[in-house]
Ligand binder design. Structure first.
Ligand code: ATP
Ligand code: LTN
Length: 332
């Protein structure tokens, strides 16, 4: 069975983009892969977070993982900081990554281009930590949204370089896995931009813990166009294409079939259909979320997950440290 690894960085409330682009896929992959899924809390603090809010978002994210259907019996679920080896390997990999490579990362470049100030060293080197997250577990596959593909490609480059320097079987070279539908859910009020929890754009973004009635209204208010036809044309009709993709991802109905069924409908009626699908998903997810939060099971699930993860991580780090020449006594 192939090993698959992914993570979410809950720097705010998780969004419908996270659900469609990540969570929902993890749940289906767990049946035929050895799945490892963690909460990337070290990645969260690359940008300042209010501590109490961060703590709540981390716990909510675990509860939403479980509510979406991740099963701790099938998937190893844990908090990144509970496995200290991530940060340690992250440092070693930073020493095997070139500045030129980090300078090419579009996520960082975009922030610089936008003139954002106060960018931290942690944010700049974060792809090295992400590479460590993946390589520590010899993951074969890394399911991510479109925006993270470049970071997985850098991880491959780092792994190949390391293997050449220190021995072929140091790391498994992972492959990114980007789902065909829903790989980039767009903002509802600017469908040329990604739906993002860090944009502080409440109208454009549906949060998984939004009141379903509020989510319904957000879909009804989504920006469309004046062409007055339901077609899947992301270039000329990005708003409508986004709604079609959202519905397709949530119902598993083909894009063509959604288009055919709605050909003669007005935008208002089509939006009602999508809004109903979205709010039904939220109602179901939130009722499970509430049960999980009140059950008090989260701490134990995280502890068991961390124990499993540590078994793999300690061995791997020790092997890598020996190869690099920084470990004198064999630890594992
Ligand atoms: P932000 O929402 O702040 O831009 P992010 O997407 O970079 O954050 P995460 O929350 O860690 O960070 O993302 C977790 C996963 O969800 C990643 O695989 C990411 O690609 C995916 N994802 C996030 N937003 C979307 C979106 N709008 N469409 C599809 N996938 C998404
Ligand atoms: N960088 C990712 C979150 C993330 C991740 C990972 C994803 C951290 N470590 C390892 C896949 C594998 C993000 O910002 N969405």
């Amino acid at each position: 069975m192939k090993r698959m690894l992914s993570a979410i960085k809950p720097t705010g409330q998780l969004t419908l983009g996270n659900y469609i682009g990540a969570l929902k896929n993890f749940v289906s992959y767990q049946n035929d892969h050895e799945m490892i899924c963690f909460i990337a809390n070290l990645h969260c603090i690359t940008v300042y977070q209010e501590p109490q809010e961060l703590k709540k978002n981390l716990k909510d994210a675990v509860a939403l993982y479980l509510a979406a259907g991740l099963d701790p019996k099938k998937t190893t679920i844990f908090l990144q900081t509970d496995v200290l080896e991530h940060a340690q390997l992250g440092y070693i990999l930073a020493c095997n990554t070139y500045l030129g490579e980090l300078n090419r990362m579009t996520q960082f470049k975009d922030k610089v281009a936008k003139g954002e100030t106060g960018l931290t060293a942690g944010l700049y080197t974060y792809p090295c930590l992400m590479a460590a997250d993946i390589l520590l577990y010899d993951a074969d596959l890394v399911p991510v949204g479109d925006d993270q593909k470049q970071h997985v490609e850098l991880t491959r480059d780092i792994a190949i370089r390391f293997n050449n320097r220190y021995g072929d079987d140091s790391f498994v070279v992972p492959e990114p896995l980007v789902a065909k539908v829903g790989k980039r859910v767009m903002s509802l009020n600017d469908p040329t931009k990604k739906m993002s929890k860090s944009e502080h754009n409440d109208k454009g973004c549906i949060y998984l813990l939004d009141d379903p009635k509020v989510a319904y209204k957000k879909i009804m208010g989504a920006v469309t166009d004046s062409l007055a036809k339901i077609d899947y044309d992301p270039i000329n009709q990005p708003g409508i294409a986004n709604l079609i993709e959202i519905e397709s991802a949530l119902t598993n109905e083909d894009i063509e079939s959604i288009v055919m069924r709605n050909k003669d409908k007005g935008y208002g009626d089509f939006k009602k259909e999508v809004a109903t699908v979205v709010s039904d998903v939220l109602i179901d997810l939130q009722s499970k979320y509430k049960e999980i939060i009140s059950s008090g099971m989260i701490d134990q699930i995280l502890e068991e997950g961390a124990q499993k993860a540590r078994k793999i991580a300690t061995k791997k780090l020790s092997k890598i440290q020996r190869r690099v020449g920084i470990e004198i006594k064999k630890r594992h």
